[in-house]
Design a protein around this ligand. Structure first.
Ligand SMILES: Nc1ncnc2c1ncn2[C@@H]1O[C@H](COP(=O)(O)OP(=O)(O)OP(=O)(O)O)[C@@H](O)[C@H]1O
Ligand SMILES: [Mg+2]
Length: 280
């Protein structure tokens, strides 16, 4: 069938003009892959476990561009009941110079003044009961832990307090490797954290599946067969398996494929895309 390489829901896009299709290619899309599905499952299981004395915590580690923020957004967009009980914050967005503690309180909807007395203040417990928040997801987690030694100790101690009685908040951090090193400064806290590493792509069936899903979403009129060995090898050689770099390489080449009229991603389009990049 004409256009059967594109998934049904997006097939009508094939009739759009070049500019409209280029704009679609530049939109972020989400593709499930085994490691992201596993993280989502862990978060769900942690948050639906009842009667926790110490809240289970999770640290998702990955190099820059491995898809951490995208995964946070995916969790944010979940409509399940457990997902409504999560507060979200991103530490590098701290333009106001808020302290670590204040930022977490702000995410929980707690006035910073109350947060200051977190260790003794039962008001926070009431707040959490009222809002139903049982977890806080922190993107750029390392930012809060790479402070000077004294700040770091204070921040780790806050996390320990929040994840223990009487608050029982699950801390779910997303950050680069150094977040783990910082966490390891406090053995007791480290024990509460499950650590998951997001790995770069390698030549696996999962990667081929991912590429096949990418292709189903691209509004190109001819099939590219992105999962073919030569394309897989090219992508891995040029990107070291970085999610961000793989997505960019495919985007730039798909745009070239439209401009040149080739209408499919080939090695030639990939080379061209990576050399012209945004200057199409
Ligand atoms: N599962 C996915 N499906 C499709 N695209 C994805 C997926 N995960 C990440 N991406 C894309 O990869 C790029 C990098 O992702 P993201 O910004 O989430 O990485 P990051 O780990 O947060 O990077 P940084 O460490 O720089 O903050 C983005 O363009 C994003 O849209
Ligand atoms: Mg990010």
């Amino acid at each position: 069938m004409e256009g059967s390489h594109v998934k049904q829901a997006r097939r009508s896009m094939l009739a759009l003009d070049d500019d409209a299709r280029i704009s679609i290619i530049n939109d972020d899309i989400w593709i499930d892959c085994p490691q992201t599905t596993m993280v989502e499952r862990i978060v769900r299981n942690m948050l639906t476990t009842k009667g926790r004395v110490q809240a289970p915590c999770l640290l998702v580690c990955g190099a820059g561009g491995t898809g951490k923020t995208s995964l946070v957004n995916k969790i944010k967009s979940a409509t399940d009941e457990w997902a409504n009980n999560i507060a979200f914050t991103r530490l590098s967005e701290n333009a106001d110079g808020l302290r670590f503690c204040d930022q977490i309180m702000l995410a929980l909807g707690v006035p910073p003044t109350l947060g200051k007395a977190v260790k003794t203040h039962l008001g926070l417990v009431k707040y959490l009961e009222l809002t139903g928040k049982i977890a806080v997801v922190i993107d750029e987690f390392h930012d809060g832990l790479l402070a000077n030694r004294q700040e770091q100790r204070k921040n780790l101690s806050l996390l320990k307090d929040l994840s223990g009685a009487p608050y029982h908040l699950s801390i779910i951090g997303f950050g680069i490797e150094s977040a783990l090193n910082a966490l390891q400064q406090d053995r007791q806290l480290e024990r509460r954290f499950e650590v998951i590493q997001l790995h770069p792509w390698t030549e696996t069936e999962e990667f081929r599946q991912f590429l096949a899903s990418m292709e189903e979403n691209l509004p190109l009129r001819n099939p590219s067969e992105l999962y073919e060995k030569k394309i897989v090898k090219f992508l891995l050689a040029k990107t070291d398996g970085s999610m961000d770099a793989v997505i960019k390489a495919i985007r730039f080449s798909a745009i070239q494929a439209i401009i040149c009229g080739e209408e499919r991603v080939t090695l030639e389009m990939l080379e061209k895309g990576l050399s012209i990049r945004w200057a199409y």
